[in-house]
Every structure is written in C-alpha cells, then in structure tokens.
Design a binder for this molecule. Structure first.
Ligand code: LLP
Length: 442
C-alpha cells in the first residue's frame, strides 16, 4: 500500500495503524486494505479514461462498502454474476453504470439485470441473444448490449487467465470477417427488437505488461466495427458508440517490479482508435476499460502470524526454511493456482532489511493438508524469526479474498479498511457457526 511505513520500533503501520494492534483486535490472517490507496488508483484510472468509462471489475474484490467507494469515485462497475450484481444493488450503485458479464448468465441473472435497469449486458453466446431479447420483451423494455468479441491476441500471461486466443470459452470470434461468429452475433442483435447494440467488447487477459496486446486488440476491434458499418450502414449503428477494451492491467507484486503505465496506455489507445476510425471514415467511439487488479490489488496486505518453523535439508548441501502461517491456500490460492510470485516481510518488529540481522531464504506455507499450500515460494526472512511474529504479504487485494474458500474448515479471514489512523471492519471473520448454518441434519 502507498500509505505503509515503519514506525520507530520497526513495526509496520498501514495508514497510520499499527499492524500489531490490528492483529490483536481482529485476529489473523487479516486482510488490511488501505482505503486511500484504493481510491487513489480508482481516481487515476478515472483521470486517464474518464470516470464513467472505467468499470471497476468487481470480481477482483467487492463488498457493499467498496461498491460505495467505486460509486463515490464516479466509476462504473463490471459484475460477472447475479451475486456481484446483488452486492452492487445493495450498495445503491446506480444501475445505468453497471455492466453485466458472463459466458453463461442464468435466466434469473438476465431477469435481475433487466429489472435493475443495468447500463449494458455484455453478450457472450447466441443463446443469450435470444434469451435476453425475450426477457426484455416480456418487460416491455429495450436492453442495451455489447457483443464480446475474441480478437485472437496471445496475451503473455498465465494460460488460465488469458482470454483472447481462439480456443477458449469466451466471446465471438472475429476471424473470417463477414463469415465470423461475431458478425453473425451482430446480425442477430440488430434484428432483435428488444436489444440495442451500444458497443463492442474485448478482454485479452489479466496481469498484462505488454501494451502491444491491447494495441492489437484496439486495431482489430475497430476493423470489425468498420466491417459492421459496411454491412449494416451507419444509420443502423448510431447507438454503437463504445469500444470496451476490458481489464488486465498488470501490477507489481514485488518491490522490484514495475506496473503498467496506465495514462500512457490510455493515450496510445485513444490515438490508435482515432487514427483507425478516421482512416475508415467512422465517428470515433469512446473507449471503456475494466480494471480490477490494478485498482484493488496493490493497496491490501495479508497479515499472518508465524506458528512453526522447520529447516528441511536439501541434498545435504543446504536447507530450506519452511515458515508456517495461520492461513494459506484458503485465503490466497494464487500461488498454488498460477505460480504467482509474492514477497513477504516481517512487520511486527525490525526486519533484516533494516540491516539489523542475518536473513534466511524461506518459504512461507499455510496450514492446509497439502504440500502445494504455499503462500510465498521464496523470500528472505530474518534468521531469528520466531513463532508469534507477524508477516505481511503485499498486493493481496485482488483475487485473494474473492477466491477464498473455507478448505479444511478454516474460517475466511476478516477484511479491515484503514484510513487516517482508523480501522473499520468491512467483512468480519467467518465463524464455525457460519459454516454450521449450511448443515441440515439434526
Ligand atoms: N473484464 C473482464 C471481462 C474480465 O474477465 C476480467 C478478469 C476483468 C475485466 C478484470 O481483469 P483485471 O483488470 O483484474 O486483470 N483470478 C485471476 C484473474 C482472473 C481474471 C478474470 N477476468 C488471478 O488471480 O490472477
């Protein structure tokens, strides 16, 4: 987080709040969210693209209070399920600034979206075109939609989070021009009396640093737009005024990494879209984006308490220190799932980084019953690390809580927001009673 600092005795303060006090008050593992950091990143995207054009991707992390922050910063919201939509509605988020995603939205989700009056539904299949048109017709409304297209870009990121190559489940392919499935989807949407085509959508993947992927996507989406104008005539497409280029802006997970330069990318994308549209004699559409990780990720740390330490010999040469903490893959599955690389610091007292002692190459592991339960694969921790010390893993604000489980019946951690020296619980820690509520047997 931007507002983290070491206090005089070496312990870390986030937004002026001592992590030791937080751990004492709320327990560990604990997600500590620097509210000012979240808001500042939202504001930076708003400055680069225009606030309403930025749809914060709820999947990264959402609760009612965070939906309110997003609203207060003037951003729009991308939801990918009925559950995320329900949180937004509960927060009083203005429906016209909500975009609804998903490759398999249920009928109930489509109904909820239409009844809420969302700003757009991003269409992802032929079945959905017919279903949504029927839902809108039954309610006597016209639903604004975008078509999600697949632009055939190989984003350089982990396979599971890359989405714009051809062989995956999302979107309509634009390959093949007028014979493409995307062209057919546009025909069907334009022929549907209760749907209005307001934009085209492309999302090439997540945790991307190579701006070329976005640029190629922008080129191809504009080319497809030009093709639609040629086929249908511009009068049929007057509502189609937005190109949404999705999310995926890469962040730094460790101090030595450099995040994507968002204002610069925004500039480049605007340039590309403008040039291509002028060349094709089209009105220039507005650009929208859907950042999740880049807004929510960097401002949160997970605080764990060290429970046990074990030095395991490696081939008789050296040893590796396993530091076990009180959470693990249930609060951060990303290391196990994507080989994500995190860093970790001792935060309850001075650390080796202040030159106060020797450090040891360590592996931070959780308390779950499998050896893949690794939080941080390699990091340097003080040689005198001991049970009871607090460790913090940085940049855990996106896709950690939102992908948390209660594996091994570990209760999901609490999420605390800190700001100007004050802490506030956003989500309390789960309890075993919460879990027992699902049980129906006597
Ligand atoms: N828009 C769409 C249509 C998406 O599918 C996603 C992410 C986003 C926006 C936001 O992407 P972001 O800016 O956060 O990269 N669980 C994985 C990430 C999966 C992303 C899924 N879609 C992870 O932990 O890395």
């Amino acid at each position: 987080p931007r507002n983290a600092a070491r206090g005089e005795d070496g312990a870390v303060l986030v937004a002026g709040v001592d992590v030791r006090d937080l751990a004492r008050e709320y327990g560990t593992p604990l997600f500590v969210l620097d509210e000012a950091d979240f808001r500042a990143r939202a504001a930076e995207f708003a400055a680069a693209f225009g606030a309403g054009a930025v749809h914060y991707a709820a999947k990264a992390f959402l609760c009612t209070e965070v939906a309110r922050w997003v609203d207060q910063e003037g951003l729009s919201l991308d939801v990918a399920s009925g559950g995320e939509l329900a949180v937004a509605v509960r927060a009083g988020f203005p429906a016209e600034r909500i975009a609804v995603h998903g490759n398999n939205k249920s009928l109930a989700e489509l109904v909820a979206a239409v009844e809420a009056g969302v700003g757009r539904v991003v269409i992802d299949s032929f079945h959905e075109i017919a279903r949504l048109d029927a839902v809108a017709r039954e309610r006597g409304v016209v639903a604004p939609v975008m078509i999600r297209v697949t632009v055939g870009v190989e984003a350089h990121t982990h396979e599971f989070i890359a989405t714009a190559h051809e062989d995956q489940k999302f979107g309509f392919s634009i390959a093949g021009g007028v014979d493409s499935t995307a062209a057919e989807a546009a025909r069907r949407v334009l022929a549907a009396p209760n749907l209005e085509l307001v934009g085209l959508h492309s999302h090439i993947g997540s945790q991307i640093f190579d701006t070329e992927g976005f640029e190629v996507a922008a080129h191809r989406v504009v080319r497809f737009l030009a093709q639609l104008h040629k086929e249908h005539g511009s009068d049929a497409l007057t509502a189609l005024t937005t190109l949404d280029l999705g999310g995926g802006f890469g962040i730094a997970y460790r101090a030595e990494e450099t995040p994507l330069d968002v204002p610069q990318l925004a500039e480049e994308l605007r340039g590309i879209v403008k040039r291509e549209c002028h060349a094709a004699d089209l009105d220039v559409p507005s650009i929208a984006v859907e950042p999740g990780r880049a807004i929510a990720g960097p401002g949160t740390v997970t605080v764990y308490e060290v429970g046990t330490l074990k030095d395991v010999p490696l081939d008789g040469r050296a040893s590796r220190r396993y530091v076990s903490v009180d959470g693990g893959m249930s609060d951060n599955i990303r290391t196990a799932l994507y080989d994500a690389v995190y860093d970790c610091r001792l935060v309850s007292r001075s650390s080796e980084r202040d030159g106060s002692g020797e450090s040891v190459l360590s592996r931070v592991v959780g308390k779950h019953c499998e050896s893949g339960d690794i939080v941080v694969r390699d990091c340097w921790l003080p040689a005198d690390l001991a049970p009871g010390d607090l460790l913090a893993v940085a940049a855990t604000g996106a896709y950690c809580y939102s992908m948390a489980s209660s594996y091994n019946r570990l209760p999901r951690p609490a999420v605390v927001a800190v700001r100007d020296g004050e802490a506030r619980v956003l989500l309390r820690r789960e309890t075993l009673d919460d879990q027992f509520r699902f049980e129906v047997a006597p």
